[in-house]
Design a protein. Sequence first.
Length: 467
Amino acid sequence: MAPSTPSAMERPHFIGIGGAGMSGIAKILAQRGARVAGSDSRESATAAALRDLGATVHIGHAAEHLAADATCVVVSSAIRQDNPELVAAADRGIPVVHRSDALAALMDGLSPIAVAGTHGKTTTTSMLAVSLGALGLDPSYAIGGDLDAPGSNARHGEGEIFVAEADESDRSFHKYAPQVAIILNVELDHHANYASMDEIYESFETFVGRIRPGGTLVISADNPGARELTRRIAGRHDIEVVTYGDAEDADVRVTKVNPRGLASEVTVVLNGKMLTFAVSVPGRHYAHNAVAALAAGVALGLPVHNLASALGKYTGVKRRLQLQGEAGGVQVIDSYAHHPTEMTADLEAIRGAAAGSRILVVFQPHLFSRTQELATEMGEALTLADACVVLDIYPAREDPIPGVTSALITDAAAAKGADVTPEHDMAAIPDVIAGMAKPGDLVLTMGAGDVTDLGPRILERMARRDS
């Protein structure tokens, strides 16, 4: 049986309860019997799902939303200190708990698998959650995105395994003590919190130091940052280190990835034996995520052939190359990619899965700080599209930085020979795409902001164009 609700979180109040990370913890607590409440800036399907679980969800932030009997207030790093509910908590002496501490408490007494890395965390965590569920292990999980199946970013299971996405952006993954940790890659990102690669390495070293003695680290043998991290933690002898990837010296070596439309067939050599299995998502990037998940499951003692077969049950995560629909002979696919490495991986995956089709991208940069540091690399990634439209920066939690606009990206893309068009009005995008797209084309809405909302509008406009 999974543990019950921690007493300090019997009546929690979540500020920003609709966020991917926050809502997952709220769902698990509600499923464990806690009286969950919270607030968010806008109405959403997530808010409705939480209400279905018995949670009280307020829209807007106000001191009166904080119930008199709240046992704690849960916040993420995105919550500002002047939030009226946070101020009210301080005035009333209600404990404030960071999201990562709440998640760590939910893992107590279980066998956690924590998935870390600059890219691919959500996909890999989801692959594990689905495959372990298919094997009848009934895991608990907390993921930074909604699964296509079973349709949630979190679940309280009765099994002994807890699969969690471990976020490095604010160092919150230092709070977890996993039995098995996965590190997919180590790259410089989250520039508001990390000033250098040395700081990134130090942060990941701290995460590795949290692995339980006798546990396992599964880490990429291909990513340069991951290889450097492996070198740096070589003195840790109380854990097993398992490497995976294309590299000749990988413990779990990927020998072949065969595209099968929007799916792949992956062949690996593990413990001297060859194994081939199917993954229902395209591209090498996602195939390697599946191999990392396979290695983690094997580290927990699961039969490798059963796990490989179960990984084929994974059908995707919302916003990770998710097909939105087709109209006028044009398919619209949504991509969460917002870092150059992710953008490149998704564009290469789509190019390999849809040979001969033109790829049109609507890209929305995410964060001023990321754009300031990586605009050139983003522009270079966009050269993989046949044509692209670049929107204004989605600020999320950040204030503008003088001189930092999406023009940095469009200029970089144009300098590399890309067919790139700036567009400042999101409402104009459906008409812009309708004027560009031809039957057989693929349109990718790409970015971590509200660009995802454009997919249905583009499809509706394409349907009208050809009616």
